[in-house]
Design a protein around this ligand. Structure first.
Ligand code: NAD
Length: 495
């Protein structure tokens, strides 16, 4: 059995707690590793390493940081297949999807390679006679990242490149369910030549997270995960005076107007609902079908579902892999029965598909005639179950998004430019797609939802990420002409 430990100061540090968490291959149900969970004292030692590294690292020139970031970028790209293999073996996603995850992570490293431009600051010459004003953005110190199971490579890469390019040192606490890909990425980062301690990795659970949020030397934390934990992390971290951005769960709606291109909408619905087994925070989980398009749309989605191949992520014919754990698979499956009991029509029941072996597989499901009072509508199912709500009008469909407690992504499918433009304004969500079902922003924009999908006021990566990981310093300097210098006790008048 493989033992997975922490990675601190450029090397493996063996866990001493005796507390471990089992890592499984979801395609087979076999345990593949023991993950060692940190104690409070182990977390303290990691923070001490990161703090010591910060004292040196904050003086490293932007030119040197940039060169190292390019090396890291190239190592990640060269190792895409190996990272994807690890992702698939512990998360279950198909290899193509896993490679896509690495590609989206690379975008964020590439943005950080160009950070010299963003960190230039501002300068006002002659703000007053003999006075110049400069604003610089300076690093915070030690910052932490706590990441979820569903994007074990990409989400850490939403945080690490910007945080470190800005001059901070970083502690990653990855999900305990699939720790091997993030661990490998941290090794690649150290191989690129960054000084030891600039990026440390500590494995753990609530004990680790709590200590990171309590430790006075941790200045900020980025969190991505479920809404209850995001809320908890935000409350605890901010009560301790830290800067916190905490991204939570989602229920993403896709409105399909009667004039939409039916094939485009049906293709998009299937890939956005069932890709990565629906375990994406930007997955479409509700279709709001407006008026007469509902019947043909449900038929078009159903016919496409019949062609989907569900199987192990490392087999080339598989289009969708297993769910993350047996418990999660069973919970997702239970929603199909709950939906039926509450009055939804089960168009396709994923429980009927049979699979060999002990993998955590579940077929894809489609529930029609779902209403907003049903549990399947209200809960984040986080699995391959798509709900269709039939709306009488565009206004009714938009109202679903407006009154939903989450606001991560929202999409509309239509051929009407005016309706699309109106939706852009009406959608109560942080990321909006127009004929795009999963509007994840590119690396030079920023990612984050509204309402219960984000606690904090700064979204992640891109320019907002730079803002989060730096604080401004304004320098007002006065160099009077030596020939005219005199003492003046008055307040400056700008005359
Ligand atoms: P999770 O909340 O269970 O875990 C996230 C992280 O928090 C993990 O590192 C975990 O170890 C830690 N954690 C778990 N319980 C904790 C506790 N009681 N105290 C402190 N830390 C704790 O989430 P998950 O199941 O790994 O990920 C799935 C969820 O993440 C879904 O709700 C999904 O929507 C959400 N998600 C959101 C985004 C986004 O951008 N908004 C992106 C990806 C995933």
């Amino acid at each position: 059995m493989q033992e997975i430990h922490h990675f601190v100061d450029g090397q493996t540090v063996e866990g001493t707690s005796g507390r471990t968490s089992a890592v499984f291959n979801p395609a087979t149900g076999e345990q593949t590793a023991n993950l060692h969970l940190a104690t409070v004292e182990e977390v303290d030692a990691v923070v001490a390493s990161s703090q010591a590294a910060f004292e040196e690292f904050k003086t490293l020139s932007i030119a040197k940081r940039t060169k190292l970031m390019y090396k890291f970028r190239n190592l990640v790209e060269a190792n895409t297949d190996e990272i994807a293999k690890r992702l698939s073996a512990e998360h279950g996603k198909v290899l193509d999807d896993a490679r896509g995850e690495v590609a989206r992570g690379l975008e964020n490293i590439e943005f950080a390679c160009g950070l010299a431009e963003t960190l230039k600051g501002t300068f006002s010459s002659l703000a007053s006679t003999g006075v110049d004003v400069t604003t610089t953005r300076e690093p915070l110190g030690v910052v932490a990242g706590i990441t979820p199971f569903n994007f074990p490579a990409m989400v850490p890469l939403w945080m690490i490149p910007n945080a470190i390019a800005c001059g901070n040192t970083f502690i990653l606490k990855p999900s305990e369910k699939d720790p091997s890909a993030p661990r490998f990425i941290v090794e690649l980062f150290n191989e690129a030549g960054f000084p030891p301690g600039v990026l440390n990795l500590v494995n753990g659970d609530k004990v680790t997270v709590d200590r990171l949020l309590d430790h006075p030397d941790v200045k900020a934390a980025s969190f991505v995960g479920s809404t209850p934990i995001a809320h908890y992390v935000y409350d605890k971290g901010t009560a301790n005076g830290k800067r916190i951005q905490a991204l939570g769960g989602a229920k993403n709606h896709m409105i399909v107007l009667p004039d939409a291109d039916l094939d485009l909408a049906a293709d998009a619905a299937v890939s956005a609902a069932y890709g990565s087994a629906g375990e994406r925070c930007m997955a479409i989980s509700v279709i709001a079908a407006v008026g007469p398009i509902a019947d043909p749309l449900v038929d078009a989605i159903k016919s496409r579902m019949q062609n989907l191949t569900v199987g192990p992520g490392d087999q080339s014919e598989s289009e969708m892999g297993p769910l993350i754990t047996r418990e999660h698979r069973d919970k997702v499956a239970s929603y199909i029965g709950i939906g039926a009991d509450e009055g939804a029509s089960v168009v396709v029941d994923g429980r009927e598909q049979q699979f060999e072996g002990d993998g955590y597989f579940l077929g894809v499901s489609l529930l029609d005639n779902v209403t907003p009072d049903m549990t399947v509508y209200k809960d984040e199912i986080f699995g391959p179950v798509l709900c269709v709500v039939r709306s009488e009008s565009y206004a009714d469909a938009v109202d679903l998004i407006r009154t939903n407690p989450w606001g991560n992504g929202a999409a509309i499918f239509t051929r009407d430019g005016g309706a699309a433009r109106q939706f852009q304004r009406d959608a109560d969500a942080g990321m909006v797609g127009i004929n795009v079902p999963i509007p994840v922003p590119v690396g030079y924009h920023s990612f984050g939802g509204w309402k219960d999908s984000l606690y904090g006021d700064t979204t992640m990566y891109g320019p907002e990420g730079v803002h989060f990981y730096t604080r401004p310093k304004v320098i007002t300097s006065r160099w009077p002409d030596p020939a005219n210098s005199s003492v003046d006790l008055g307040f400056p008048t700008n005359n």
